[in-house]
Ligand binder design. Structure first.
Ligand code: SF4
Length: 442
């Protein structure tokens, strides 16, 4: 996942960046970083939540300047590494934050290592400065454009080349990226919820393949050479993005509710109540309840002071997390319950939730999932496990139903999902196996 912010020409840019990445905390909780620029670069990266890292005044005071980039990190390759990276190159300083995964990361990494490059992390991000160092060109910006034309896959990038801010989104537009005006300057962020929080105006999407260069108080726009079709991640609407964000002129909350309505049309079963798994199933459950005319109940309580199980990297923490995370209200006794969640990844959370409701006295539990079964990994920046670890990669719906202990289990169809999301130009590869960009290792 990951979330990024870039600020150009705004006083106390690091303060605004800290606020901005705080608004993107749902996209990554492993670590966060900010790099600012006045006449030189200043950097702070650490593990933990934004609030913990950047709440102290002296940390922000050490990040002066009216330009800054920020990042919340969620390790997508099982790796750990700095959220924002900085390199001194032949032309000057280069600071970078990146959201997404390159599909040719392995190829570039092997090639660069053979040429003598020394990597400090195993993040995809570090490929960019190494390629930039080796690329000749008329200006640093042209060299960066050349590099961005070489790499493939998913990337949203904010970079500082000394006093310039560069913003880029890959041609498929896998991940969201928005831009707005703020005071005399600009702010760029992964989601519009951050721009709303800060009070930016004139908010719009950065288009797939668009590159913006902010320099000397002006903005220039370029386009990447490769002409590819848009493939925005449909999962951003199902789960990843915050419901108050607007993507492609659609409020995520509205889309998520339509997904729930579609789920009810396809998988209706009579029950006493519709209950979401909080918070992942909440909006879809509202849509399901409205469509089916079944009472909506917040029957499960979630402890908000621990991280999301999907985000935490190890199985051990995930198992512990589910126990600490949810508790059942005393309203399930002898009831027939429809429980809604957005997805089933490994099945461990669903199994524990159903056990919880069963122990609270429910007569029947019917699980409905507001996405199709996730049967393959994501190659474009989401840390879904590999096929063997994905329960729907190896098991039938009936087998999953048995494993989680539900009386029935039904998923939304791929067609139903597209009907609800509306429009065209989506990636749905983790459901369909139709990957728009292939991996390259040599
Ligand atoms: S594979 Fe799935 S999670 Fe990855 S970009 Fe495509 S739809 Fe999104």
């Amino acid at each position: 996942m990951c979330g990024i912010v870039g600020i150009y020409n705004v006083p106390e840019a690091s303060k605004i960046t800290a606020l901005g990445i705080h608004g993107l905390q749902h996209r990554g909780q492993e670590g966060a970083g900010i790099i600012s620029y006045d006449k030189e670069f200043h950097s702070q990266n650490a593990y933990g939540l934004v609030d913990h890292i950047f709440s102290k005044d002296r940390i922000i005071e050490n990040l002066p300047g009216d330009k800054a980039i920020g990042h919340v990190r969620y390790s997508t390759t099982g790796s750990t590494g700095a959220a924002t990276i900085f390199y001194n190159l032949d032309f000057g300083g280069f600071a970078l934050a990146h959201n997404g995964d390159f599909t040719d990361a392995e190829y570039w990494r092997n090639k660069l290592k053979k040429e003598g490059a020394i990597f400090q992390t195993n993040t995809d991000t570090e490929i960019i400065p190494h390629l930039l160092a080796r690329t000749k060109g008329t200006s640093p910006v042209n060299r960066l454009l050349e590099v961005l034309n070489k790499v493939n896959g998913a990337f949203c990038i904010v970079a500082l080349l000394d006093n310039k801010l560069v913003v880029a989104r890959d041609g498929n537009g896998f991940r969201p990226l928005v831009i707005g005006r703020y005071k005399e300057g600009y702010i760029v962020a992964s989601e519009s919820c951050t721009l709303d929080l800060i009070g930016a105006t004139e908010i719009k999407d950065v288009e797939p393949g668009e590159v913006m260069i902010f320099s000397n108080g002006t903005k220039e726009t370029y386009h990447l050479d490769k002409k590819v079709k848009k493939h925005f991640c449909i999962f951003e609407y199902i789960y990843f993005s915050r419901p108050d964000s607007v993507i492609d002129n659609q409020l995520v909350y509205d889309v998520r509710k339509r997904i729930g309505e579609e789920l009810a049309k396809e998988t209706y079963i009579d029950s006493d109540m519709v209950v979401p798994v909080p918070d992942s199933g909440s909006v879809a459950a509202l849509g399901y309840a409205n469509q089916s005319n079944i009472p909506f109940e917040l029957g499960l309580t979630r402890n908000h002071y621990i991280g999301r199980t999907f985000i935490e990297p190890t199985q051990q923490i995930r198992n512990l997390g589910v126990k600490l995370k949810h508790s059942a209200m005393r309203l399930f006794k002898d009831k027939v319950v429809t429980i809604i969640d957005d997805s089933i990844v490994r099945g461990t959370t669903a199994k524990k939730i159903i056990n919880l409701i069963r122990n609270a006295g429910a007569k029947e539990i019917h699980m409905r999932i507001s996405s199709p079964p996730i049967s393959g990994p994501c190659w474009y920046g989401i840390d879904t496990p590999n096929r063997q670890e994905l329960i729907a990669g190896a098991s039938s719906v009936e087998e999953i139903k048995e494993f989680i202990g539900a009386d029935s289990l039904k998923y939304l169809s791929v067609e139903g999902l597209h009907r609800a999301v509306q429009g065209k130009g989506y990636c749905d590869a983790c459901f369909t196996g139709q990957y728009p960009v292939n991996k390259r290792s040599n």
